[in-house]
Design a protein around this ligand. Structure first.
Ligand code: UGA
Length: 452
């Protein structure tokens, strides 16, 4: 099926590569020329496990261009997957979506095209995108469009760091449209995933026992709300366990055991109950803020979602409070941060807790040294002025440090030479922000390990 994808960020590129792997003819469009030139040479602009490999396999059916007119005419499906970065007031900036929708309208050609909103847009945007497409079509051709397109919402549930796995083996696929024709086209597009009829790439085997993937077909508004409700629920699950963790610390309970003990109740589930520094990234913060803003337009308060946000951002300050409690004085101290990316297996630094914590520590007069196995180059490029000394190895970051804070649970950090790190440090203190390190191993190295 001829498919155009507008936007080659995490969502657009992953979706494009996967759809091409599944046999569709995909053209990815981005306005950033450098990025497109790189992709044409087969270079992946982001770090995402296996993306480079799948890109190689899919290349015969994958094209990259900066020109919408090379992608949209004649496409059965056009997927809008451009960024919706936060504005200063917290709401999403919809300018890229507007430009994409207008470009689609100006270039629509052919019998019937489904215009899919995959970008996370405020509820009601489906109708807005439809209006923009119609207006741009009319402006280009001097007449209203015939019944040649329909707008659908197809929210994305992939996690960075496991984006390909989540796309090929999703828990469900959600499509929302007010026209049955559009739902039928999307069913065909996703058929190999829904029926799990494709041959898996050797490096991403199908999970054992995975059968047909459920398809939730809804109206537009429901699909849009599903996206926000899912992210808000996951975010509040994390904040809930972090709130319980505070009490656990007071009463001397082990939060990891508590999380396991409640999570094995199938109604609750064990995932997203890992206590620690809390969430970051481009989604949970933005989407919970947008949900609250949308509710406000209808005179509704969302106290539970608001509380999840408050608890989450307090966790970052708690790292500083913990260090203060342990070290008494932060001025003149050196703190090493292990991990900069907002989560492991990505180089994404958007709303990364590490950068926020670093800022707070620098403000209080501490020197901050930081390491990350993958995000270091991006951090040096994008955040040169935070007062952080970026170090090529964890050992280097820990040199003369008064504390190491484990911010991102990269697997490599578990197996570091902790004896060497202990010798390099000035004060043998480790703050494990993710309940991730082998505490016995650290203590064996002479380090004192505390949690958040
Ligand atoms: C999240 C959702 O999980 C995806 O379903 C959704 O598609 C995506 O947002 C999006 O809207 O685009 P993502 O932000 O990539 O995905 O990564 P997550 O694995 O959800 O992690 C988010 C944050 O929560 C990370 O900072 C992680 O460290 C933190 N986290 C996660 C915890 O603190 N505890 C947990 O138990 C799980």
């Amino acid at each position: 099926m001829k498919t155009a994808i507008l936007g080659t960020g995490y969502v657009g590129l992953t979706t494009g590569v996967c759809l091409a792997y599944l046999g569709h003819e995909v053209t990815c469009v981005d306005t950033e020329e450098e990025k497109i030139l790189g992709l044409q040479r087969g270079e992946c602009p982001i770090y995402e496990p296996w993306l480079q490999e799948l890109l190689e396999l899919s290349r015969p059916r994958l094209r990259f261009t900066t020109r919408c007119e090379e992608a949209v005419p004649g496409a059965a499906v056009v997927i809008i997957a451009v960024g919706t970065p936060p504005r200063a007031d917290g709401g999403p900036d919809l300018n890229y979506v507007r430009q994409a929708a207008e470009a689609v309208g100006a270039n629509l050609e052919g019998e019937f095209t489904v215009v899919v909103n995959k970008s996370t847009v405020p509820i009601g945007s489906g109708n807005w995108v439809g209006a923009l497409v119609r207006e741009a079509y009319a402006a280009r051709r001097g007449r209203k469009p015939p019944n040649c397109f329909a707008v659908a919402s197809n929210p994305e549930f992939l996690r960075e760091g496991s984006a390909l796995y989540d796309t090929l083996y999703p828990d469900r696929v959600v499509v929302g449209a007010d026209e049955t024709r559009a739902l039928e086209v999307l069913y065909s597009l996703y058929r190999p995933i829904l029926e799990q009829s494709f041959t898996p790439p050797t490096f991403l085997p199908r999970p054992e026992g995975l059968g047909a993937v459920p398809l939730i077909a809804t109206d537009l508004a429901s699909a849009e709300l599903i996206k926000y409700a899912a992210n808000a629920f996951l975010a509040l699950k994390i904040s809930f366990i972090n709130e319980i963790a505070q009490l656990a610390e007071k009463v001397g309970a082990d939060i990891t055991q508590v999380a396991k003990g409640i999570g094995l109740d199938a109604r609750i589930g064990t995932r997203f109950l890992q206590a620690g520094i809390g969430w970051g990234g481009s989604c949970f913060g933005k989407d919970t803020a947008a949900l609250i803003a949308t509710a406000r337009e209808y005179n509704l308060a969302m106290p539970i979602v608001a509380a999840a946000r408050e608890v989450n951002y307090r966790q970052r300050e708690r790292v500083v409070e913990k260090l203060l409690a342990e070290l008494k004085i932060l001025k003149g101290r050196t703190i090493a941060l292990f991990g900069l990316a907002f989560k492991p297996n990505t180089d994404d630094l958007r709303d990364a807790p590490a950068l926020d914590i670093a800022r707070r520590l620098v403000e209080r007069g501490a020197a901050v040294r930081a390491h990350d196995p993958v995000a270091l180059a991006r951090a040096r490029r994008e955040f040169p002025d935070l007062g952080i000394v970026y170090c090529d190895t964890a050992q280097e970051a820990a040199a003369e440090a008064d504390a190491v804070v484990l911010v991102t649970e990269w697997r490599d950090y578990r197996s570091l030479d902790w004896d060497e790190i202990a010798r390099a440090m000035r004060t043998p203190l480790v703050l494990d922000g993710r309940h991730f390190l082998d505490r016995a191993r650290l203590e064996q190295a002479g380090l004192r390990c505390v949690g958040v």
